[in-house]
Design a protein around this ligand. Sequence first.
Ligand code: NAD
Ligand code: GLY
Length: 360
Amino acid sequence: MKTLHVDLGERSYPIYIGHGLLQHQELLQQHIHSRQVMIVSNSTVAPLYLQRVADCLEENLLATVILPDGEQFKTLESTSTIFDALLEKRFSRNATLIALGGGVIGDIGGFAAACYQRGIAFVQIPTTLLAQVDSSVGGKTGVNHALGKNMIGAFYQPRCVIADTGVLETLDDRQFSAGIAEVIKYGLIRDQAFFHWLENNLQALLARDKQALAYAIERSCRNKAEVVAADEQESGIRATLNLGHTFGHAIETGAGYGRFLHGEAVAIGTCQAADLSRRLGWLDAADVARIVSIFQEARLPVIPPQDLSAQRFLELMAVDKKNIDGKIRLILLESIGSATLPVSVDKQPLHETLKQYGRN
Ligand code: NAD
Ligand code: GLY
């Protein structure tokens, strides 16, 4: 097992990474300081892993909430379902909520924990690759709104993250690839050596080679933990974790939540960001080709949906948390391994990317 730390003073917490960690009951138990524990999961993950987590809790487990599966259920309504159960069971302020699932469950569960009685303890047990390398770490929680992705939320850190890499064995290939999109992101924004490693080891990663997978998860979490420790509430460098996300969120919202997986939309969005970075003279064509090619090798889409016009993209991109005074701001690449802070770009190159990238 590897243990990393997110260094946030009194709110610092460990990220445990290893195969079979859910069998080690003491790992979770040491972070539960209450007799009232709720597990929030979904209809796909609960039948697979809920019992394993419940076994660690014994008589302290008072409630489980099993939400329907899917990005389209990352809503205030799902959050309310959790509040109903917490109140019906008279959960107190010292209770603990455990989010067991992918990024959707982690984001909803964390948001419910942040709001219930102004904040109860929560634990992340991420079960997708994407959640293990990104969403479970760093305390961004929240839900979608019909008009914008992740628009309702809170920064709220977990007490610990338990990433049992064994649970990834039941993840299908499409979801696994979606997680790789966020792994590639770390290489692109701040870790050139990791990008090279990924170029050389992608096939091993796709084959879920245990060593390659453990290395990629650990290195991703290390990158994320460093960024979050430096800028918890995104006043600066944390925004770089959003490379490709402004385009990507527009794709997710515009196409309808659930049509593109988050990681797929991020892969397309990152290729658009790379194209725009080239138009601005930062990347050269060979860099863009390498970026597109690694996403393709990871079996991810790189072309935006043809039914999303440039105009619609712009409307959707206008609803983004990085924007200031209504102006679209984007994370772009100065080189492979170095991202910009949010920048406003001239309309013309942005229009060119939206009109030409991926279109005939
Ligand atoms: P997800 O939570 O929808 O999970 C993907 C699918 O895999 C679901 O059908 C789920 O039921 C299933 N699944 C989960 N674990 C499984 C397992 N072990 N075996 C079999 N099936 C399993 O999607 P995701 O990709 O994990 O997360 C995407 C979400 O995360 C998006 O809503 C995105 O906005 C959010 N996100 C948040 C942050 C953050 O910092 N909070 C960062 C990145 C992404
Ligand atoms: N996934 C972006 C962030 O955590 O800031």
